[in-house]
Design a binder for this molecule. Structure first.
Ligand code: FAD
Length: 310
């Protein structure tokens, strides 16, 4: 493709500008994107799409995508939760209504380890610089929101990796509303450096007595042993940090990220029986304690809400 053709495609297909890009390390970034149009209405927890043309450069060290010539002019789109840096300056919650951009928290997927499709978008997103153009979806959607949470409920946000993104926006919302119940935000990552918003969470804990953040690591040598979200629940660590029991009558649990952590039950097509996947996920553990997960098929809302990223 010639530089003129690429310039033409960018003009035709892109509708937003990167106004901020911060690499927390080579494979993790916070990206702020300003649409050419007014930001669509949205709620914390929702998501929209980002897209880039297959003609865009990819960062080095990723699985090759071996595109055919007729695929080069296509756009690849993926969903991204809206995130939040929570503070505008030290100790002051953001006035997010005045931001004209949307914040995203994105990890670079270098290769597919389970035999599925070759990662197409993140190797291109990580080549972006401030001022570059992208495509953004015109709608912000999703049911993973705080609509069911009452002011005195305890709320647990349990995420893996960048699954923390929507939780941060929801934390901002609860703290801005003066939420009275306890809030526990836990995130499981491989290394401590993957906890991209850690300083913010430390500051929040100092400022808000009802807010607790827990970062769990699975590969950090100094951490001693792997601790997954599931382990922190079954060992009692989660309740100890929350400072309360996990009572289904007054607790909502939000799960986001790796489907193995969530463990969504599936219905057997022949027998009609529901069963939990293995290894055991959080839904199985909490349902054995009286919680109920949202069920999209029956449209029954429970007190476990989830968003799986793949
Ligand atoms: C509703 C929703 C919201 C999302 N929000 C975010 C977000 O806020 N931040 C974010 O980083 N991602 C988010 N994702 C994932 C995102 O849509 C992309 O799948 C991801 O960025 C990888 O894009 P890709 O094109 O490079 O690879 P894809 O083609 O999307 O994925 C290729 C394969 O890589 C694996 N994979 C995908 N994502 C991951 C991951 N994070 N870690 C390990 N393996 C993975 C899967 O096996 C997948 O089949 C969200 C997904 C959904 C459905």
């Amino acid at each position: 493709m010639t530089p003129e053709q690429i310039a033409e495609l960018r003009t035709q297909r892109y509708n937003a500008t990167v106004v901020y890009q911060k690499k927390l390390h080579s494979d993790l970034m916070v990206l702020r994107v300003k649409p050419d149009f007014e930001r669509p209405k949205h709620e914390p927890g929702q998501y929209c799409t980002l897209g880039l043309g297959n003609w865009e450069p990819r960062v080095d060290g990723c699985q090759p995508d071996n595109l055919k010539p007729d695929e080069l002019s296509k756009i690849v789109r993926r969903s991204y939760s809206l995130s939040s840096s929570i503070y505008s300056e030290s100790g002051k919650l953001r006035d997010m209504a005045h931001d004209d951009w949307i914040e995203f928290y994105i990890v670079l997927v270098r290769e597919n380890t389970d035999g599925g499709r070759v990662p197409a978008l993140t190797p291109r997103l990580f080549a972006l610089q401030q001022g570059d153009r992208v495509q953004i979806g015109e709608k912000i959607v999703g049911h993973f929101t705080l609509h069911c949470v009452q002011p005195t409920d305890n709320v647990l946000f349990l995420g893996t990796g960048t699954g923390e993104a929507p939780h941060n926006f929801m934390v901002w919302e609860l703290l801005s509303r003066g939420h009275k119940g306890k809030i526990l935000n836990a995130c499981c990552v491989r290394f401590k450096k993957d906890l991209g918003y850690l300083p913010t969470h430390h500051q929040l804990m100092e400022q808000y007595p009802n807010y607790k953040y827990v970062g769990l690591t699975t590969r950090e040598a100094e951490a001693g042993r792997k601790v997954y979200i599931q382990d922190a629940i079954t060992s009692g660590q989660m309740e100890e940090t929350l400072g309360d029991t996990l009572d289904p009558a007054r607790t909502h649990v939000f799960l986001c990220g790796n489907p193995k952590m969530i463990g969504i039950p599936a219905k057997d097509r022949e027998t009609g029986h529901w069963s939990y996947p293995q290894p055991t996920g959080v839904i199985e553990i909490l349902e054995s304690r009286g919680f109920r997960a949202d069920n999209a098929a029956t449209k029954v809302e429970g007190n476990i809400h989830f968003e799986k990223y793949w």
